[in-house]
Design a protein around this ligand. Sequence first.
Ligand code: NAD
Length: 495
Amino acid sequence: MQSRVMEHESLNKYKPVNCRHFINGAFMDSLSGETVSNINPATEKEIGRIAVGGEEEVNLAASAAKKALQGPWGRMTSFERSSVIRRIGDLILENREELAYLEAVDTGKPYRLALEMDITRAAHNFYFFADYLTSMGTEAYQQDQKALHYAVRRPVGVVGMINPWNLPLLLLTWKLAPCLAAGSTAVMKPSEWTPMTATKLAELCSEAGIPDGVVNLVHGFGPGSAGEAITTHPDIDAVTFTGDTKTGTAIMQAAAPSLKKLSFELGGKNPNIIFADSDLDEVIETTLKSSFLNQGQVCLAGSRIYVESRIYDEFLEKFSRAAKEMTVGDPFDERTNVGALVSREHYERVKYYINLAGEEGGTIITGGTAMPEGLEEGYYVQPTIVTGLKQSARCVQEEIFGPVVTVIPFDTEEEAVGFANDTSYGLGTSIWTNDLRKAHRVAHRIEAGIIWINTWYLRDLRTPFGGMKESGVGREGGAHSFEFYSELSNVTVKL
Ligand code: NAD
């Protein structure tokens, strides 16, 4: 496939990178020399090789990370640590075009989206935690005239970070920035499908002045490979994981014998509840994003849309018209709204669910499994809207993680809340209404960690982020991230 309009000619100077491990401040191949192919999902062509690490590489990385806790890193003041962390943010922005290019060729997402969302937010993760570190306080309690109690914070130690492929740099930095701010050290594993920006980040951390051994990167797969080795390693004190709910269960089991501290951000099947008294134009504009942004591969995607019956037909007409107008195609074409799905395996999975929707009695009112017009290769799926499914259908209950949404009408507030909560997940929810009381009332009844009223994906990094039910364990963001990446000791002084 030829790129129709390359967003910037200057991007031609960037090249995909071969991904090697970064351990104790240096890049290295796997001890076995093993590599796998890295495929560009928009062209289906190999764009590089990825080192496949396992137990041996994780051993080296964990031992470097453990040693680094006692080295110059452990002796830095919080102001020194904060300025190095801030410098990583600066370097990300200085290299933003190259990072966005790498993210786009690795994931298939539109270059412009990578530039404006993934890379910009990745830099802000470092700025936010650099500031947070120098402005936070600690807990202290005075117990009458008897005693003074205060909490002392120290790094949790070596943290294993296991990452998914949908927002590779953004989610990795959401873990690494608070880890460094807390003074801990890292053994990171990116997804085997999208390892490029993590590799570049390791280089930038070193350039920013992070001492050797503090940030380590091991590439590889999950079970029986680098991922599993991280979850069982005795010198890794905590594991933070973002990915599929089933993988979360496997990691919890593997980590149990060594009682590691765990933080999980897992899957979602998030309701988007639209009441008749909402502002429909605003609803459509945001619902297009919550349905199809990043090809629908967003854990917070509002993939179950519930619309009050009174406006159901009008909503469907406007929403499907807008979805049909979206441009699917080359991630480097500036007109593209929807790029390629991340891999052949995932592409087949999403198409399986679209076919299943038909078998379950659904009607595909736009989209489907056919290749979008004008495209001959690449893992492309058109924005797909399914109606007529029962609440119990698998396509309504299971996470598809692609540009596929279901739309179901409801009559009452009670019914909407019932539908929304009728799932094993509990990550995000959007509620659309101009009735203030109804908005709060419904928000308080929804079983989800993140609830938006008249918006979607609006984030402030100080707020608690995470899921309930099968969508996660623990919360991240501001003080919550700090809790995870540090240990607290209480000191009591008898007065
Ligand atoms: P995945 O669980 O298949 O893989 C994630 C990572 O885990 C990869 O690096 C993989 O190599 C590793 N892994 C797999 N099995 C492992 C094992 N047994 N032990 C250790 N590591 C293992 O998930 P994915 O397909 O990469 O990502 C998509 C999923 O991530 C979706 O379910 C999505 O909702 C979820 N997600 C959640 C959030 C959130 O904040 N809640 C954010 C993004 C993605």
